[in-house]
Design a protein. Structure first.
Length: 91
């Protein structure tokens, strides 16, 4: 398995690309330890996941979060909150 990259030129020799991509997630996870409570940590994890999903999908996280919070404040139905998720903007 370690020499598979010799036969397939699409496979990279190292994992630096992946490690750089997940570094912000690891930092967010570390910061969540200081969220103040278990519930705060859970909330932090949800927000961090949504923000990272935006980044991976090429969506500006600040614009998405602003638009979503405004929609919720303006009375968007809670049973239709799935419509506001970042992955619906890409579909």
């Amino acid at each position: 398995g370690l020499v598979r990259f010799l036969d397939d030129g699409r496979i990279e020799l190292d994992t630096n690309t992946v490690e750089r991509a997940i570094r912000p997630l690891a930092l967010n996870r570390k910061n969540a330890l200081f969220a103040g409570s278990d519930e705060g940590g859970d909330n932090w994890a949800v927000i961090a996941t949504l923000i990272e999903n935006c980044k991976l999908s090429g969506i500006n996280p600040h614009e998405w979060l602003t638009r979503t919070l405004v929609a919720l404040a303006d009375g968007h139905p809670t049973n239709r909150v799935a419509e506001l998720m970042p992955w619906t903007a890409v579909a």
